[in-house]
Write a new protein. Structure first.
Length: 153
């Protein structure tokens, strides 16, 4: 175990499939919220996990000091509670009291951040950024787990 290694994991498009929430919206709602889809009330409660995200997060939490670090849209009051409920539903005990919501991810201290973007302070995070998603170094959760297995086990 490497519980002295701190890992932060983003939610949207990292453990949570944002598109899966959009796919459940009607055309009128999508039109109303064009270019600001993250402000749709309740959208975060509808999203499904990314492939292998839940089992990978649980594995990380078993071996490292792991947290969810996400941003909730300021203009969407339901996002804050929806993200909390999503973590409870899909990650359960592995993420119990390990959800941090911040628009300034550079303010947390740790060794790693797994995020699909460099916005919201990720570009100023003092640890290592594992850039997640299609077209990035860590395209899948299998890539992420393989990195930590190779480095620490």
């Amino acid at each position: 175990m490497n519980k002295d290694i701190v890992i932060y994991v983003d939610m949207d498009n990292v453990v949570v499939d944002f598109q899966s929430g959009l796919d459940q919206m009607d055309d009128d709602t999508l039109k109303t919220y064009t270019d600001r889809e993250d402000e749709i009330p309740g959208i975060f409660s509808l999203m499904k996990p990314m492939p292998d995200a839940v089992s990978s997060y649980v594995w990380l939490a078993e071996h490292f000091d792991t947290y969810i670090l996400s941003t909730a849209p300021w203009e969407n009051n339901t996002a804050w509670s929806d993200k909390h409920l999503w973590v409870q539903k899909y990650l359960g005990e592995a993420a119990h009291k390990r959800l941090i919501l911040s628009h300034h991810k550079n303010l947390v201290f740790g060794d790693y951040i797994i995020d699909d973007r460099t916005a919201r302070g990720v570009d100023r995070f003092k640890g290592t950024h594992l850039h997640f998603g299609k077209g990035h170094a860590y395209e899948t959760w299998n890539d992420v787990v393989a990195y930590f297995r190779e480095k620490y086990f």
